[in-house]
Design a protein around this ligand. Sequence first.
Ligand SMILES: NC(=O)c1ccc[n+]([C@@H]2O[C@H](COP(=O)([O-])OP(=O)(O)OC[C@H]3O[C@@H](n4cnc5c(N)ncnc54)[C@H](O)[C@@H]3O)[C@@H](O)[C@H]2O)c1
Length: 437
Amino acid sequence: MNSTDGFNASSKVLRVGMVGLGMIFDETYKPVFLDLAHSPLYSPATGPVDVRWTAAASRTGSRGRNYLQQLKNIIPPFENCHGDDSIQKLLASGVDAVCVATPDDRHFEAAKIALLSGKHVLIEKPSVLSLAELEQLQEIADQKKVLAKVVYHKLADPDHKKLRTHYADNIFRHINNGYCSLLEPKQISGKQFAEWIVGRNPGTYVAVHYIKLIDFTFGSSSVIPGWELTRVSATGQRGLVGSADGSTWDSCQLQVTYRHPDNREATFDIHTSWVMPDNFPGYVEQEVQFRFDNAIWNAHQRKRGVEMAVENRTPDEMKNTPNYHYNGSFLEPWGKRSQRGYGLEVIRRFFEEVSFVEFAGPSSSRQERLQEMRGLTYNDLSADRNTVAIVQAMEAILAEQAKGNPGCQVLVNGPDGGLVLYKPGKIERVVLHSSRV
Ligand SMILES: NC(=O)c1ccc[n+]([C@@H]2O[C@H](COP(=O)([O-])OP(=O)(O)OC[C@H]3O[C@@H](n4cnc5c(N)ncnc54)[C@H](O)[C@@H]3O)[C@@H](O)[C@H]2O)c1
């Protein structure tokens, strides 16, 4: 259907504002909005809900102008807000929910102002970079009685769902250790993020996917609860993206340790980089191995079966080993073109959760519906404490290394506070967060 009016089938309308129109918007949010423009969300509890992308905020507005042109016969126009007060303009345009997909060190301000205006908020991973920021956002969301959620699409990957299912069903017993690796091509650090990469590291950008997977699957929000995060260490390499003694990192190795209720420990190594050759046969290189008392799990995100070669197109424009499960465009057997995958599913799911709160019953029971959706630990900010703590610890350890103090370690809920950094050979310590993680 090609209509600038949308389907207009429902009196229940959810107007969505998008902050940041970069790569992830184009890959995942845009196809979700296009799909929703022509077919309402539906559940028996809500009936049809018309989800409309009505406003965008970005710094220059140029990407917004391009999309208005590109999509002009496909969806109704959205308000294209730009400049220093672009988010205020977006909020004033009358949206009900806001999605934040700005660079990771700019999530907090955008999410805070949207929550203060009483909007439901979805933030790209990592939600924020410190526990103090996380606590502030949660407090505002509580006061304003809205949802504050974060996107971790790896939790919706069927392979990861099965991993968690096996753990929940006691097929895999007692996680002991594991490794995860996620390597991005050079074009990410060299072109895509060149504008904001100074002082940043690939760990915060991508290790966070696996930090969350581990924490959600085996940890505090797990179906088998009760373990505690105990310590974090990290190191990294510099010299390609920035100078060898600067604060911009090429690659990063993170180690995280948890303690089970039986006092046995579980440790995970997560290796990341954004300097892999651009002619690598896949978009990213990702693999994991988890070892249990009675089992081992190996998974490769790229080598799930498809391997192809096209003259003059692979491995640059097209890849030899694509991951169609995350996000793929297809000609469906019934003739339609579609774009689908767990990367899109997880965003659509947020709109379902907001619709459930707003439209699945009378306003007198809205608070109960809100609580029910907040109880979903896979995406609620309240369940992101361990992940944010690990990110905050890793950033602090790398910052110390850049100052000439490599080998620092952060202890969690130890004798000196919630998150405390210790420097090797020095009595001095830095309290990153005083209250319990
Ligand atoms: N889920 C995933 O797998 C995945 C993949 C890539 C990126 N991301 C996340 O998405 C976020 C954005 O990444 P990206 O790759 O799209 O980045 P990008 O650099 O391609 O785009 C960033 C966008 O934010 C806008 N922006 C920057 N500062 C702003 C501000 N102060 N106010 C309003 N707009 C602002 C820019 O104009 C641009 O449109 C990051 O948090 C990243 O971690 C997630």
